[in-house]
Design a protein around this ligand. Structure first.
Ligand code: ATP
Ligand code: MG
Length: 309
């Protein structure tokens, strides 16, 4: 395991801002910590990177205990917790060299360029950091965090302030990193973004971990999942009548050719057969994919606030 968090708690005065949280991150996995503002995500991350003391619980990074082998465990981590700080008047290269010198492990010149290439900054490395866009700074932050080849990269809200293109590219680097065997722990309250980024995730609410599952489990449609199934036919009116009369599923009309039938996934086949059987050509069947947001709402009975982003 790249990371094992075992029952960690942070109590401040009488309040538990993180309460008995346990989870594991596997090798090469992108794992998400999801939850609304104030849920405790940053606090969990600060305890893992030892910027904050735990009240109780244990943390193992690549099998090394933070309590018993502090230096060894920390060597396994690369992190961007607060905004990474750089010297704006130095070039990207000079900044990385600076970090390379401060690194707890020796870092070769070759490794520096390998990392620059991975985050697609090789060409910009000779520019001063003050000329960098936010996205480039973010990438330099990742480069700096992975210079010493950590087994676990930790990122707290890494895409804050990035534009859609920047976020998309960022996902690409994370995937590449994960592909090369680095595990990633990433926090966010942006569900649509996490859906595309993570292999597995935990939902944190009011300091407690309430659920863990894989993104595949979340978004894969199950036989009994009920939603609006779209059918494209020649004529919506006759299609609606056929489905309502013969199968008694509620139908709404989208336009001249498309209807929405409220039914389970497994009913789609019989609806299709019924339509075709009564002379109604079917050109398209679309079953809307379940999103992480749908799942989040199911699990938390909350609104996500995503619409305000
Ligand atoms: N040092 C502290 N002293 C007292 N309360 C704190 C401290 N640090 C965090 N908290 C409280 O703990 C809760 C969790 O905060 P945390 O920053 O971990 O949330 P978060 O999930 O990262 O939220 P966000 O999405 O806004 O970043 C909040 O209610 C916060 O006010
Ligand atoms: Mg936070």
């Amino acid at each position: 395991m790249a990371l094992s968090v075992k029952g960690i708690t942070k109590q401040i005065r009488s309040r538990k801002i993180v309460d008995q949280v346990s989870f594991e991150v596997k090798k090469g996995e992108v794992f998400g910590l999801l939850g609304p503002n104030g849920a405790g995500k940053t606090t969990i991350i600060r305890m893992i990177v030892s910027l904050m003391k735990r009240t109780s619980g244990e943390i193992f990074i690549n099998g090394k205990s933070l309590d018993k082998d502090f230096k060894g465990a920390l060597n396994e981590i690369g992190a961007i917790v607060e905004n990474p700080e750089f010297y704006p008047y130095m070039t990207g290269y000079q900044n990385l060299v600076h970090y390379k010198r401060m690194s707890r492990k020796p870092v070769s010149e070759e490794r520096l360029w390998e990392v620059a290439k991975l985050v697609k900054l090789e060409d910009a490395l000779k520019q001063k950091v003050k000329t960098y866009s936010l996205g480039m700074r973010q990438r330099l932050g990742v480069a700096q965090a992975i210079l010493h080849q950590p087994s676990l990269l930790i990122l707290d809200e890494p895409t804050n302030g990035l534009d859609p293109q920047g976020i998309r590219e960022f996902r690409g680097y994370l995937r590449e990193l994960a592909g090369s065997g680095v595990s990633v722990l990433v926090s966010s309250h942006l569900l649509s973004e996490m859906e595309l980024m993570c292999d597995r995730y935990a939902i944190i609410e009011k300091g407690k971990l309430i659920h863990i599952e894989t993104m595949a489990e979340t978004t894969t449609v199950k036989q009994d999942d009920r939603r609006d199934i779209l059918f494209a036919t020649d004529d919506s009116e006759s299609a609606k009548q056929t489905v309502e009369k013969q199968l008694h599923f509620p139908v709404s009309i989208v336009d001249d050719t498309r209807i929405l039938v409220s039914a389970a996934y497994k009913d789609a086949a019989v609806i299709n057969a019924t339509l075709v059987g009564s002379g109604c050509n079917v050109y398209e069947i679309h079953f809307e994919k379940k999103t992480l947001e749908d799942r989040f709402l199911e699990l938390t009975n909350h609104t996500t606030g995503e619409e305000n982003q």
